[in-house]
Design a protein around this ligand. Structure first.
Ligand code: GDP
Ligand code: MG
Length: 296
């Protein structure tokens, strides 16, 4: 048996979250067409007959702009150093650019075993794949280079078995039925945030945060109250919508996802709050799971 830790790295929007969901076979990371939606790293455990992968989805590696982003960068760099394999995801529909070079330099520096996933092969013509493999091969001494489509699932099982093959020998690190060590409320907050981003389109870039204020499991219903933080009154107006219509739509869509996830009936209360510098507010960051490093 093989067992070990794999972290996913790559610049925003290359399909890391989609790939995690595809590998795990269940929705654990939120997927959005906006970059940087994954703020916390997600740990999922993937069991295969040949072994067990403990998987991290790191936030996109990019230049620090806010305190939160510095923490994200720190956590991305740290997570590379702590794993057996770094799974580097690139988007074959985009040409290799400075963002990719930054990731490549970090990987080279880390000295980790690297498996390269060339993602989105569904979006290009098949004959183009081989030259792209050749182009990337020279960048690093990869343990493997695997073309995949996270969207359709094409070749993802091959990628998963290659990852398992490169892990060290060992007994499983977690029980078989263990999917994730992140609390349910983290996923609930992510589901709410995903709906906000999707429904408000481009009007709220990176400035929305969701904090779960209460989470009470009753015999018939789970009662959840959450605060949505925005930075300006104009953004609050967007989230609430005409006569509260947007907030209602966000709440309904999020509640349906949360009910499916928790397998329970859910009451979801959402409150929109303006806090200009919420991103700098460490207490808020800590409640979002970005404060203290989680114990390893
Ligand atoms: P992340 O920022 O790296 O986590 O990227 P996401 O997983 O959020 O995906 C970003 C966008 O790329 C979303 O719109 C996905 O639907 C899309 N995407 C991800 N994987 C694929 C793929 O294999 N093929 C295509 N065509 N689109 C993909
Ligand atoms: Mg993501």
């Amino acid at each position: 048996m093989k067992a070990g830790f794999v972290t996913i790295v790559g610049r925003p929007n290359v399909g890391k979250s989609t790939l995690v969901n595809q590998i795990v076979g269940q929705k654990v990371a939120i997927v959005s067409d906006k970059p940087q939606t994954t703020r916390n790293r997600i740990l999922a455990v993937v069991n295969r007959p040949a072994g067990q992968i403990v998987l991290f989805d790191t936030p996109g590696i990019h230049k620090p702009m806010h305190r939160m982003n510095e923490r994200m960068v720190d956590s991305a760099v740290r997570s590379i150093g702590q794993v057996d394999i770094a799974l580097w995801v690139v988007d074959v529909t985009e040409s290799y650019g400075p963002g990719d070079r930054h990731v490549r330099d970090l990987l080279k520096e880390s000295g980790r075993k690297v498996v390269l996933a060339l993602n989105k092969i569904d979006a290009i013509a098949k004959p183009k794949i081989l030259p792209i493999i050749e182009q990337y091969r020279h960048l690093l001494d990869f343990a493997d280079v695997v073309p995949v489509s996270a969207l359709t699932g094409e070749n993802v099982d091959v990628l998963t078995s290659r990852l398992v093959a490169h892990l060290p020998e060992g007994a499983p690190l977690y029980p078989e039925d263990f999917l994730t060590d992140l609390p349910e409320r983290f996923f609930v907050a992510e589901m709410v945030r995903e709906k906000i981003l999707r429904m408000t389109r481009d009007e709220l870039p990176y400035s929305t945060g969701v904090v779960i204020d209460s989470f009470q499991e009753g015999p018939d219903i789970v009662r959840i109250e959450a605060s949505i933080f925005v930075e300006r009154d104009t953004q609050k107006a967007i989230v609430i919508g005409k006569g509260g219509s947007m907030l209602k739509a966000i709440g309904t869509a999020a509640r349906q996802d949360i009910e499916a996830f928790l397998e329970a009936k859910v009451f979801l209360g959402l409150f929109v709050k303006v806090r200009e510098r919420w991103r700098e507010d460490v207490a808020t960051l800590e409640r979002m799971g970005l404060g203290e490093r989680r114990k390893e």
